[in-house]
Design a protein around this ligand. Structure first.
Ligand SMILES: [Zn+2]
Length: 294
């Protein structure tokens, strides 16, 4: 089962979030029937979304990552909360590019370099907080690290990895975000950098049966890692007929009437999980009545 931990270095030099997200990404792959490149791009974004959501304070807080670099995959969207739930999609799940020279999936090529990564946090205030930065590599981890540095003045190391198996299923997925704390000293920064530089491939770190706690302690063996919290994570879509109905009611009376006259039914599809909702007969009349009397 996928889960996520929150940890701290005992000397208070950095905090860390780490997640194994193999089943989460596999569920997304099945919903969206993504190619390996799209699986990696969406999987990395979902994995980051889980950890970034975990940093928020309240259960009703929502975090949305929107990445659009003008590449063939189009936009990538992930929405998460602070309780280990994430949902997401990519505009073009069929994007397929040749592997890079190092044999890795070409996520950067699919995402593109001409655009922005935006992070929106809805924490129940009148206006959500929105920060955005230019995409630097399109490989997603570096882009999120840059977002933290530029938008939140937070020095962070972000590592995200998705391994796709021969049968296109997700072999392993996971990642971590390490954030320096205010009183970190020069020597610890150096030690942390050395640790991060030694790390070759993050996807490899999760391609095993190890506990996430163990992976964290192994990778950061130069520090004393203390696990402070742990929660299960999953891909969860919260769409429902009521929500779809509410969305239909916002498209405008005339447009809706026209749709109904043309077809006598309306089918809507949830972007996040591809579930179809069919409105016809009495259900449609109810929506029309509501709009007419509004
Ligand atoms: Zn859905």
């Amino acid at each position: 089962m996928d889960y996520m931990i929150r940890a701290i270095d005992k000397k208070n030099t950095f905090r860390m979030f780490m997640v194994r997200s193999t089943e989460t990404v596999e569920k997304a792959r099945k919903y969206h029937n993504t190619t390996p490149t799209a699986s990696a791009a969406l999987g990395r974004t979902l994995t980051a979304g889980l950890m970034m959501g975990y940093m928020m304070k309240n259960q009703n807080d929502r975090l949305t990552i929107n990445i659009n670099g003008g590449g063939p995959i189009g936009a990538i969207l992930a929405v998460s909360d602070n309780s280990g739930h994430v949902k997401g999609y990519v505009d073009n799940p069929n994007v397929d590019l040749p592997l890079k020279q190092d044999g890795k999936l070409n996520v950067g090529g699919a995402v593109g370099l001409n655009g922005k990564i935006s992070v929106m946090m809805d924490v129940g205030l009148k206006e959500p907080y929105v920060g955005s930065t230019d995409i630097v590599t399109g490989e997603i981890a570096e882009d999120i690290a840059m977002y933290y540095l530029q938008s939140e003045q937070q020095n962070s190391a972000v590592a995200l990895g998705v391994l796709v198996d021969k049968d296109l299923s997700i072999k392993s997925a996971g990642g971590f975000i390490v954030q320096e704390l205010p009183f970190i000293e020069e020597e610890d920064i150096k030690r942390l950098e050395d640790t991060l530089n030694r790390l070759k491939s993050v996807s490899g770190c999760f391609n095993n049966d190890k506990d996430v706690e163990e992976i964290a302690k192994d990778l950061f063996s130069d520090f004393q890692i203390e696990i402070t919290d742990k929660i299960p994570v999953e891909f969860l879509c919260d769409c429902s007929e009521e929500r779809m109905e509410a969305a239909l009611m916002t498209i405008g009376r005339d447009d809706l009437k026209q749709l109904i006259e043309e077809d006598e039914k309306i089918e809507t599809v949830c972007h996040f999980c591809n579930k179809k909702y069919l409105f016809q007969g009495k259900k449609l009349k109810n929506i029309l009545n509501y709009i007419e009397n509004d």
